[in-house]
Design a binder for this molecule. Structure first.
Ligand code: SF4
Length: 116
């Protein structure tokens, strides 16, 4: 049995997911919570936020995030890739910083504008 707090809405239901019984979910007050609990137990993913270096005296770091959630098991590897990135201004919010993480549809994108 795995236990989670549902983060889909502010109510924060305490979920129990029975991984020995077809990932049956209890403790959820709605179907969205059941879907969340099953997904969290079977295939956990996260949107990853971080920052990268910028060749700029005024703004030496730029915040970035993945544009979709990635496998939780890939987060450490994805963060390591960011160590080698240095952006050159101008940077625009939504610019792709690293494309197709590990061959997936996920990209790291800039989350702010930096002009100089
Ligand atoms: S189970 Fe439903 S009501 Fe409970 S926190 Fe999740 S989304 Fe909200």
């Amino acid at each position: 049995m795995k236990e989670y707090i549902c983060i889909v809405c502010p109510r924060g239901c305490h979920l129990a997911v029975d991984d020995e019984n077809d990932y049956a979910v209890t403790g959820n007050a709605c179907l969205r919570g059941a879907a969340y609990g099953r997904e969290e137990a079977m295939h956990p993913t996260r949107v990853v936020t971080s920052s990268v270096r910028v060749r700029s005296r005024k703004h030496p770091r730029c915040s970035v995030k993945t544009d979709i959630a990635i496998d939780k098991s890939d987060i450490a590897k994805a963060m390591l890739l960011l160590d080698d990135v240095e952006l050159i201004p101008p940077v625009r919010r939504g610019d792709i910083v690293i494309a197709s993480l590990f061959g997936s549809e996920a990209n790291f994108i800039a989350t702010r504008d930096i002009d100089e």
